[in-house]
Design a protein around this ligand. Structure first.
Ligand code: SAM
Ligand code: DTB
Ligand code: SF4
Length: 324
């Protein structure tokens, strides 16, 4: 399976516009060839530092610019975070992702705690992912030394649509953060959100920029906007589930070896739409009743979902799935 970095926007747009069954057929061919077997990685999320963020991302309930109910909370300490990681592992998660509502990482005690959390999660035998805004070269190196598997920093949308969503941080700054994490040897988790008033060209534009990253991000979260009251996007209409399926399928074709993660917005998808996403090549879900601040399908429902389709969870995790 050839990995390409030269997809044109028109080519990606043409994929997004294919008759649905042709798109699904292509996506399945790519998925079965690049990632044999339908295996799904279970990733659990925890917000370590919640709310009070200095950025103005229009979708985010954690921004101090918005009047959502999420307010600044004290940071969680190392031990409670590792207790949660252990519980997630025992419930079958393979990856533990931790979020900080920061504009950027600053040196000091909270960063030292972050490093301890990364070391602790790795010692539990799980992949560790951190999302905490911008970082310096040295901070990236220290995270790499602590054993961080991946840094999550999303491009969110196309370069053209971006300025309508965020004014406090540029697209270029995001690309530079990604480059610093990559240079330190950390895997990249980078994706975006649909349902923020973007055009189909913007969706193609996001996937094009992701495909230009060389190597491709190992992990690509595809989020559907969770329209949280009090955020500027609170009145955006819900994403059509088949649009979500199309975005996942196209991501799979353009980024054949990346782990495509069904991320925010799964609560708005019924069982069949989620299965179509898996059929289209999604190979990870967030597993646990909350994402960072918003809801997610409960663990039992997710286990039943995978069991119904006979889908296995990713390699290391040995979870006995209940019968359908
Ligand atoms: N502050 C860090 C940052 O922005 O990189 C980390 C946390 S931030 C909440 C991580 C990602 O969650 C965002 O980049 C965005 O793609 C996604 N996200 C946040 N709020 C969302 C929402 N309401 N709906 C869908 N995705 C959302
Ligand atoms: C990503 O792209 N989606 C996850 C993860 N990366 C960190 C976060 C989704 C957050 C949804 C809104 C919330 O729960 O606050
Ligand atoms: Fe802050 Fe991240 Fe939310 Fe933007 S997405 S407001 S940077 S927590």
């Amino acid at each position: 399976m050839i990995t390409r970095h030269d997809w044109t926007r028109e080519q990606i747009q043409a994929l997004l516009d294919l008759p649905l069954f042709d798109l699904l057929w292509q996506a399945q061919e790519v998925h079965r060839s690049a990632n044999p077997g339908y295996r799904v990685q279970l990733a659990s999320l925890l917000s370590v530092k919640t709310g009070g963020c200095e950025e103005d991302c229009a979708y985010c309930p954690q921004s101090m610019f918005h009047s959502s109910d999420v307010t600044g909370q004290p940071d969680l300490a190392v031990e409670p975070v590792l207790d949660r990681a252990r519980a997630a592992r025992d419930a079958g998660a393979h990856r533990f992702c931790m979020g900080w509502a920061w504009r950027e990482i600053r040196d000091g005690a909270p960063f030292d705690s972050m490093l301890a959390m990364v070391r602790g999660v790795r010692a539990l035998g799980m992949e560790a992912c951190v999302t905490a805004g911008m970082l310096t070269e040295r901070q990236a190196e220290r995270l790499a030394e602590a054993g961080l598997t991946a840094y999550n920093h999303n491009l969110d949308t196309s370069p053209e649509h971006y300025d309508r969503i965020i004014s406090t941080r540029t697209y270029q700054e995001r690309l530079e953060t990604l480059a610093r994490a990559r240079a330190a040897g950390i895997g990249l988790c980078c994706g975006g959100i649909i349902g923020m008033g973007e055009t189909p060209e913007d969706r193609a534009g996001l996937l094009q920029v992701l495909a230009q990253l060389d190597p491709h991000p190992e992990s690509v979260p595809i989020n559907a906007l969770v329209a949280v009251p009090g955020t500027p996007l609170e009145d955006e209409p819900p994403v059509d589930p088949l649009e979500f399926v199309r975005m996942v399928a196209t991501a799979r074709i353009v980024l054949p070896h990346s782990r495509v993660r069904l991320s925010a917005g799964r609560q708005q998808l019924n069982r069949e739409a989620q299965l179509l996403c898996l059929l289209a090549g999604a190979d990870s879900i967030f597993y646990g009743d909350v994402l960072l601040t918003t809801g997610n399908p409960d663990v039992e429902a997710d286990r039943a979902l995978l069991a119904c389709a006979g889908v296995n969870v990713a390699e290391r995790t040995e979870v006995a799935l209940p019968p359908c």
